[in-house]
Design a protein around this ligand. Structure first.
Ligand SMILES: Cc1cc2nc3c(=O)[nH]c(=O)nc-3n(C[C@H](O)[C@H](O)[C@H](O)COP(=O)(O)OP(=O)(O)OC[C@H]3O[C@@H](n4cnc5c(N)ncnc54)[C@H](O)[C@@H]3O)c2cc1C
Length: 431
C-alpha cells in the first residue's frame, strides 16, 4: 500500500470514534492523520461504559490495559430496581455471558487518552485544526479535506473518515440524510466525588429514571430524568435542590443527597436525540460514530457502536487487500452494507431499553414493568437481552418475543439455552 499524498487516511474528529478509527486503521500500517478542532479534549462526561465487545478491540490495540491500570472499574451486572430496591430485572454479565465478560467504567477523557496513546507510530493527531470542507477529484470522489486555518490548505487522502460528531459538517457536505427525533425528557448528570456505588442500578420511579454507577477514584455517576419543562427557570442551586428531592425518594441513593450540594459535584443537563443516517459511506468517505448515529445514552451503546464501526471499517479494508481508490471504495460499500443492519439493531435495542426505563405515562409504566418482568422470568430472553447490550453475539428479538415479554403468550423455548458466545476473552486477557 503506497501513495504520494501525506496521508492514506484523514480522520476528522478526535472523539472516541475518530481515535478508535486511528487505532484500527493505524494497526493496518496505514498513515493516518487525525484532525481535531479542539486544542485538548473537553472535560465533558459522555461515554463512560465500555461493553465487552469494545473491550476486546481495546485489548488488541493496548488501550484496555491502560484504562484498567488507570483505575477503570469493573461492573458485572445491570440491575433495574423499583424505588424501594426490589429487583425488576437483572442482567448478570458473568452468568449470562460467561466468566470474564464485564463492563469497564472509565472517564471519557481517559478513554480518549488511552486510545490516542495506544495508536501506532504511523498515526498523527493534530489538534487545534478545524476541517472546513471536503475536497473532491474531477470525478466527484472525496479525496481529502480543506482546513480552516486562515489560508487554503488541503490534506489529501484516499480515505476520509468523518468522525466529527452529531453536527457533522462532512455528512452534510456529501448530502447524507438523517431524521433526528428527541426523547420526551431531559437528563441531568452529576459526577459525585467521595461516594461509593456498588453496582449499575437503574431505579424506575414515578417521576422517571434515576441511574447510578461507579466511576474510578470513589466517584459515582448519577443520571436523573426530568420532564422537558420541569427545570425551566431553575438556576444551579435550584437544580441541586431538585436533585436532592429526586434521590431522597430512592432510599438506596439517599446517602448521595448531601454530596449533591457539595460545590465539587459537577453537573450537566442535556436533551436526548436519536437518529441513524441512511448511508454510512460514499466513494472516498466513511461516516463513523455520532456523525452517523445516536441512541439513548442509558443503554450505553453509542461509543461502543463507534468503536465497532472502526473495527468493521478496518476489516473491510483488510479484505480489500490493496490500497487504491477502487479498493477503498469497494471496502466502503462493504462497510455500509455490513454495518447498517447492526446499527439498526443497536437503535432498536437502545430505544426499547430506554422506553422500558423512562416511560412515565400510566400505560407506559405498566408496559415497562411487564416487559421487565417478562424478560426477568424468561432465561432465553434474559440471555438474548444481555448479549444485545454487551454486543456479544447479538440476538435480535422477534415480534413474537415481545408477546412473550408482555406475558401475552407462554414461551415454549423460555428455558432453551442460547449457543455459547463465540469469543471468550477473559478479564486477565483484557487487562
Ligand atoms: C451523557 C452521555 C452519556 C453517554 N454514555 C455512553 C456510555 O456510557 N457508553 C456509550 O457507549 N456511549 C455513551 N454515550 C454516547 C457516546 O458519548 C458517543 O456515542 C461518542 O462519544 C461519540 O463519539 P464520536 O467520536 O462519534 O463523536 P464526538 O465525541 O462528538 O467527537 C467528535 C469530535 O469531532 C471534533 N470536530 C467536530 N467538527 C470538527 C471539524 N470541522 N474539524 C475538526 N474536528 C471537528 C469535535 O471537536 C469532537 O472532538 C453517551 C452520550 C452522552 C451524551
Amino acid at each position: 500500500m503506497s501513495s504520494s499524498s501525506e496521508a492514506d487516511v484523514v480522520v476528522c474528529g478526535a472523539g472516541a470514534g475518530g481515535l478508535a478509527a486511528a487505532c484500527a486503521l493505524g494497526a493496518l500500517g496505514l498513515r493516518v492523520v487525525v484532525l481535531e478542532k479542539q486544542l485538548r479534549p473537553l472535560p465533558i462526561a459522555k461515554g463512560e461504559l465500555l461493553q465487552p465487545s469494545s473491550l476486546e478491540a481495546l485489548a488488541r490495540w493496548g488501550a484496555g490495559p491502560r484504562l484498567v491500570r488507570g483505575g477503570g472499574v469493573w461492573i458485572d451486572r445491570l440491575c433495574a430496581r423499583a424505588p424501594d430496591g426490589r429487583v425488576l430485572l437483572e442482567l448478570d454479565y458473568r452468568r449470562l455471558l460467561g466468566a470474564g465478560r464485564c463492563i469497564l467504567a472509565a472517564d471519557y477523557p481517559a478513554i480518549l487518552g488511552a486510545l490516542e496513546d495506544s495508536a501506532a507510530p504511523n498515526v498523527e493527531v493534530r489538534r487545534g485544526i478545524r476541517v472546513r470542507e471536503l475536497v473532491r477529484d474531477s470525478a466527484g470522489r472525496v479525496c481529502g479535506v480543506e482546513l480552516a486555518d486562515g489560508k487554503p490548505r488541503t490534506v489529501s487522502a484516499a480515505l476520509v473518515v468523518a468522525a466529527d460528531g452529531s453536527a457533522s459538517s462532512l455528512r452534510d457536505g456529501v448530502g447524507i440524510a438523517l431524521t433526528r427525533e428527541q426523547y420526551p425528557h431531559r437528563l441531568v448528570s452529576f459526577e459525585i466525588p467521595g461516594s461509593h456505588c456498588a453496582e449499575l442500578a437503574a431505579y424506575v420511579t414515578d417521576r422517571g429514571l434515576r441511574l447510578a454507577y461507579p466511576l474510578p477514584n470513589e466517584r459515582t455517576r448519577l443520571y436523573l430524568q426530568a420532564a422537558p419543562d420541569e427545570l425551566r427557570g431553575m438556576d444551579g442551586s435550584d437544580i441541586r435542590r431538585w436533585a436532592v428531592d429526586a434521590v431522597t425518594q430512592v432510599p438506596a441513593l439517599a446517602e448521595l443527597a448531601q454530596r449533591l450540594l457539595a460545590p465539587e459535584t459537577r453537573r450537566q443537563l442535556f436533551a436526548v436525540p436519536r437518529y441513524l443516517a441512511d448511508r454510512l459511506s460514499v466513494p472516498g468517505l466513511a461516516l463513523l460514530g455520532e456523525s452517523a448515529h445516536a441512541v439513548h445514552p442509558m443503554a450505553a451503546q453509542g461509543m461502543n457502536s463507534a468503536i465497532a464501526d472502526a473495527v468493521e471499517l478496518a476489516a473491510q479494508l483488510t479484505e480489500a487487500g490493496e490500497w487504491s481508490s477502487a479498493a477503498v471504495d469497494h471496502a466502503l460499500a462493504g462497510y455500509h452494507r455490513v454495518r447498517l443492519p447492526h446499527l439498526r439493531h443497536v437503535a432498536t435495542v437502545s430505544h426499547n431499553a430506554a422506553r422500558m426505563l423512562t416511560m412515565v405515562s400510566p400505560l407506559g409504566k405498566l408496559l415497562g414493568r411487564r416487559l421487565m418482568r417478562g424478560t426477568a422470568n424468561n432465561p432465553r430472553l434474559s440471555a438474548a437481552t444481555c448479549r444485545n447490550i454487551a454486543g456479544i453475539d447479538p440476538h435480535p428479538l422477534r415480534p413474537l418475543d415481545r408477546l412473550y415479554q408482555l406475558g401475552l403468550l407462554p414461551d415454549p423455548r423460555a428455558n432453551q439455552a442460547l449457543p455459547e458466545p463465540s469469543s471468550a476473552a477473559t478479564l486477565e486477557e483484557l487487562a
